[in-house]
Design a binder for this molecule. Structure first.
Ligand SMILES: [Zn+2]
Length: 310
């Protein structure tokens, strides 16, 4: 009996610790995950369930492209078990944080490394900053549900490494969620394959390169994906108005958290309706309050696309 005691004690200690994989020691039974923006936040909480606490550094309602981390954000990255970031141009601030807190056992994933990235595209008619540097890889990888499946697998693998004891739980949730992404992909495929039109017009920035690529859609837009510009040139306005008139396009898109001025001006000239296509970078405060998920937002996009393409 005495001999068996240390073994029992060891089992007890392991079960109290919860997880025994690599990474900073999880706090109690919970793995702390920190993400930069919304999509990986949503994926991590779906796959991790109650075993994770997920913190999104760019809080709801905040603009991702002008984000500046606070000392508390740096601390959160330093102390987490798993840090997920996209890794594009607008997250250059992440490199500064990782250099400041380099020596840690946390697991760090740059999600652009797990998918095949497309180059940012300058389309005819766009207003483009003259000082724009070399073309970069487009960072809006999550706008393709197929990419999301790869991202979710990557996140599940990381959670399994950190907490091998919960592998079955993570794999089960992953496979449920992959099915839901399959459904979304199927719906997008049927809407875009059966539609009368194949062209989208954006009186706004265009962060949907991966979505359009997956579903063979063409597009015209006022600005590139993460552009800081808000004033389109007269040539851009004339170009987009002409496209809408020539092809009798019923909808001009704006993206979430935009002032919609450009789309409104184009709508006033053409009679097209203004709809929002949500790029899911981040949720507004109201969307976060209603706890809308990535799939909720993408399903709204599906309705908007159905209207715009028919
Ligand atoms: Zn962006």
């Amino acid at each position: 009996m005495l001999k068996r005691f240390p073994v029992l004690l060891l089992i007890l200690l392991i079960s109290l610790a919860g997880c025994t994989g690599p990474g900073n020691s999880p706090q109690g039974d919970t793995i702390s995950v920190v993400t930069t923006i919304f999509p990986p936040y949503d994926f991590a909480r779906v796959i991790g369930g109650e075993s994770v606490t997920v913190t999104q550094l760019v809080r709801p309602g905040m603009e991702c492209h002008t984000f500046d981390p606070s000392p508390a954000d740096i601390l959160a990255v330093q102390n987490c078990n798993l840090f997920l970031y996209i890794g594009g141009e607008s997250e250059a601030w992440v490199d500064t944080i990782l250099e400041a807190v380099p020596d840690s056992n946390r697991v760090v994933l740059r999600l652009m490394d797990s998918v095949e990235c497309l180059e940012e595209e300058d389309r005819e008619g766009m207003t483009i900053q003259e000082t724009r540097e070399e073309k970069e890889e487009d960072e809006h990888i999550w706008t393709s549900p197929r990419n999301c499946q790869i991202l979710c697998k990557t996140i599940a693998d990381a959670l399994c490494r950190i907490c091998p004891e919960r592998e079955t739980e993570y794999r089960n949730r992953l496979s449920d969620y992959l099915e839901r992404l399959d459904e979304l992909d199927g719906l997008l495929r049927s809407v875009t394959e059966q539609s009368i039109r194949k062209t989208l017009v954006f009186g706004d920035r265009f962060p949907f390169r991966y979505l359009c690529n997956d579903y063979s859609l063409s597009y015209w837009a006022a600005f590139p994906g993460c552009a800081a510009e808000t004033e389109p040139s007269p040539a851009t306005m004339a170009f987009l108005i002409e496209k809408i008139r020539a092809e009798q396009i019923p909808v001009v898109f704006s993206i979430e958290m935009s002032n919609q001025k450009v789309a409104d001006a184009i709508a006033a000239e053409t009679g097209a309706a203004v709809l929002t296509l949500h790029s899911c970078h981040n949720r507004t405060l109201d969307e976060a309050k209603a706890d809308l998920s990535f799939l909720d937002l993408m399903n709204r996009n599906l309705d908007a696309l159905r209207t715009a393409l028919n």
